[in-house]
Design a binder for this molecule. Sequence first.
Ligand SMILES: [Zn+2]
Length: 363
Amino acid sequence: MTLDPRTFFAGDYFEGRGKFLIAADARGLKHTAYLNPHAKGPKGEDLTIDVAILGPDDAKAGLLVISGTHGVEGYAGSGAQVGWLKSTRNANWPGGLKLVMVHALNPYGFAWNRRVNEENVDLNRNFVDHAKPYPQNPGYELLKSAIAPHDLKAGTIDVADHALRAYAKEHGAFALQEAISQGQYAHPDGMYFGGTREQCSAGEILHIVRREFAHADRVGIVDIHTGLGAYGYGEIITEDEASDPRYARTHRWWGDVRSTRAGESVSAQVLGSIDSGLIAALPHAEVTVGALEFGTYPTLEVFRGLRADNWLHVLGDPLGPDAPAVKAEIRRAFYPDKDDWKEMVWKRSEQVLNQAVEALAAG
Ligand SMILES: [Zn+2]
């Protein structure tokens, strides 16, 4: 039976969760739901992180696949997880290997079409030591009112865009991307805010990997994202220096891998990433980690969607008259919802996950 990749993808978090649970169940995975105690969906629904597990408890090697670290980016990751569970091409799961699939690590963001969580926190900037002074981001400080303006009126946005363009002209476009997206810990109402305490989802994922991979010597991690790069193209991003053995390993597993630290990637170097947190949580294991980042639309369009959404939730009304247009814009920025895009996401995800399984099974 040929599977139609379009059917893997969902229209919202709730449909995605349903598809994931059905596919996980059909494949014989054990499922646990972790309720988010701090937030509800747009209609008051419960929100859960769902974890499905296959393979022996004391496995020596395992693969972790995460979707929805950035909420609204979860459409792609959820589709990839569902497709992978349904695909018969990988029916012969290597016996000693453990598979841990985490669906919607940030369920609030997925359900509300936000990149951040219920505390306006970017989870992928939250894995810092909260007992220590937070890193500074001088570029963000300089541009904060242009990055997160007080309203969305045309005049305000023109002034904001002018300031951003001037910064890019002086320092380069990548420096602008870095200032905006590297992460900041000083403005809870701003963008790319890393939080000033460990978020619930961050604590959960650390707990899950410590428990599930307690016996593992080798762990592979694929965290699926969208919004950076060329339409439908899936770049594997590592944060490792070129001299790190992990960098060489990611290349052996996946071939073309781009490092943020070497300035090769569509992504800027970021602070407090989930990759760094998960690697630190598994000191006993050889961890190989890649963020699989799918491009959607041009960076500026994506940024405008994020900026409007930040305004809507911080200063506007997420259920008010401005919401439908803003929500359509941000959803489209991270989930094109087109057949060709879904097909590209599925094919690339399947390839990346199968390469990881092969590498782990080979030992
Ligand atoms: Zn992301």
